[in-house]
Each structure stands twice: as C-alpha cells, then as structure tokens.
Design a protein around this ligand. Sequence first.
Ligand SMILES: *Cc1c(COP(=O)(O)O)cnc(C)c1O
Length: 392
Amino acid sequence: MQPVIPFTRPFISGNENRYLSQAIDSGSLAADGYFTQRCTSLISDKFGVGKIVMTPSCTAALEMAILLCDLGPGDEVILPSFTFASTANAVIAAHAKPIFVDIRPDTLNLNEELIEQAITPNTKAIMPVHYGGIACEMGKIMDIAQRHQLRVIEDAAQAVNASYDGRWLGSIGHLGAFSFHHTKNYVCGEGGALCINESDLTSRADIIREKGTNRIQFLRGDVDKYTWVNRGSSYVLSEINCAFLYAQLEQLDWITERRRETFERYLYHFTSIEEEGFIQLPTIPESCRSNYHIFYLILRDVTARDGLMRFLKERGIEAAFHYVPLHSSPMGRALGYHFDDLPITQNLSSRLLRLPIYPQLTEREQLRIIDEVKSFFQYTGTDVLVRDLTVA
Ligand SMILES: *Cc1c(COP(=O)(O)O)cnc(C)c1O
C-alpha cells in the first residue's frame, strides 16, 4: 500500500521557528508589536488596502465588518448560501437577516445577475465570497452597491493574493476579510485580517478591536488616559501568530506559483476526460487572477461524486466535498429557507469534489492522483457522463 496523500497539509516556509524565537526573546507577546507591524505593512503595501488590522480569525474580521456597518434588527444582507457558516454568522450575530442568493454555474460565486431582485428597502450590504480564490464579478457588484447605497464586505477568506481586473481581492469592497487558518494558502494556525478601505471606519475599528476602549489613541498620545468608550470585543492577534505568519507572507508569491503549477497540471491531464463528458473543470474568467486555493471536479451527480471519493480513499488519496449549502442546513431551515430555494447551489454542491493542492504535493504524488481519477472513469464508463447535464 502506498503512503496516504492527505487532502490538506499546512505548508511551512522555513523561517517560522526563527521568527517565533525572535518574538519570544523580544518579551512582547501580545498584539501590535514588531511582527504585527511587519505583517500589516506587507499586506497593505502589497494589496493596496487602506488599513489592515490583524484579527484572531476571518470569522472575527467578518463580525467586526458587520459591526462597523452598524447593522441591526430588520437589516438584510445579501450573500451566497454556498459558503462557510462564518459569513452568515456575522450577520446573525448582529441580529440582521442573511438573504441567500444563488451562484453562477461556472465559478460557483454569488450570481451578480440575481442580486438586484433580492434587494429590498431593508438591504444594507452585500457579502461576495470569492470561492477558491477566484473573484466574484466585482465590477458589477460595486456598481449595484453604489446605485443602491449598500456596503460591500468581501469574504476574501480564500482569496489572499488573488485579483480582479488588476485589483487585489479584499481591497475592492468597503471592507474585506482574510483568513490565515491552517487550511488556507498562507497560515498561522488560526488568524485573519480585516481590510478597511473606507477611511471613516478606521477610528471606530480601533475601538471595536480594543475591547471598546480608546487604547490606540492613548498609545499614540492623542489622549492622556484610556477608557471604555463604545461597544467592542477582543479582535486582536498575538505577536506569536504574527511572527509565524510573517514567515509565510515573505513567500507569498512563491506559494501561489507552486499552487499554480499543481492546478495547471490537473487541468492539462483532465482536459481529455472533460471533453469525453465525464467531468466539468473549474473556470477562471479572463478578468480574474486566482491564488489557486482549491482544485475541484464537478461530477455528473452525487452518486458519481461519492463513488469517486470512495474510490480514491480506498487507494490512499483523500479528496473532499465542500459546503453543505447554508440555506438547506438546520440553521438555514430554521430561518425559513427550503431545500429547493437555490437550485444551482444545491445541485453543484452535491456534485463537487476537491483534490489535494498544496506546495509540498510532489509531481509524483499528483500523477498518482491523476492516474487514479482516470482509472475511475475507465471502470465506470458512460454511467458517469456529465455532458448535457450542466445546469444552465
Ligand atoms: C475559511 C473561511 C472562513 C473562516 O475563516 P476562519 O479564519 O477560520 O475564521 C470564512 N469564510 C470562508 C469563505 C472561508 O473559506
């Protein structure tokens, strides 16, 4: 039996231990020290973001974003159902209402053509999620937001170092949230960042993340003592995490490049089985530059998808499906949604299978995965044809 190829493995760039020791030796382990500064400057310079604050997670960054938009009971936020629970939880935490909109069949991103019909007088914001590091149609989305005076909060958890029309994701909406969770492209165990692109929100962001106090103003010498001034929480990331993350961010483009090679090798070898009609491969629109966070196949139906997943598992290869759509989850149903409210989301999520993609995946391991996927289709033949079944 060959060694198991795991679905995901956090990549270690090499300088993590050195920077961690440096942080420990500095005697300053809480937030906003040397490595926090290094990470925030690197991110804001590279991605052209107005202000960056490091957060304990993308979940926390999304919660902060919703607080900054002053959302409350009665307010509505438009988002896809094909996403992680955190996108919707941030809305629920503010007692506002998530309005789920269906996705595009090519990128699996929020379908920009369906946004306007979901807007009501209560709509306050749109949360596009850039699935797998491929951008939503941000040009159209920003245009809709401007016409209806809505805020845009990008859930760019998976989209660090990816762009749309030459602009970095996270820097386009009024606010953007990144994740550095260990399953993402650049990691520090648990961590995230909030991009604040609207300058009038920055001073409130400093208060919200510092437990509702004006500590940041105090540290800058603007006030002579610090005190509780508004609602807030602890949305800060420790120096330990930032030290680790800085080692990763130094390798930002190298990591993306390695993932690109893996992604393109899959495409190259799978094009023939797509042409035979067995699968649908990911689409990267002309305007998008991906960070290659996910590589997936769309199979004919749930049976073919589960069959391939089992077939690979028996051969020591871990593949994974992805989100159970939020609208048809127990919480979504409690909010009044029904299984068939979002047909494209429901359909595609049941047919999607993700394959391993990370910098340490060797070419040899990848060719083993490719061979096994191809042999699955040789076994099952036309039973799993996907052609003509792509939802329109
Ligand atoms: C990973 C992820 C999150 C949550 O990120 P954390 O840093 O673990 O909180 C939120 N949204 C999406 C789309 C994600 O992929």
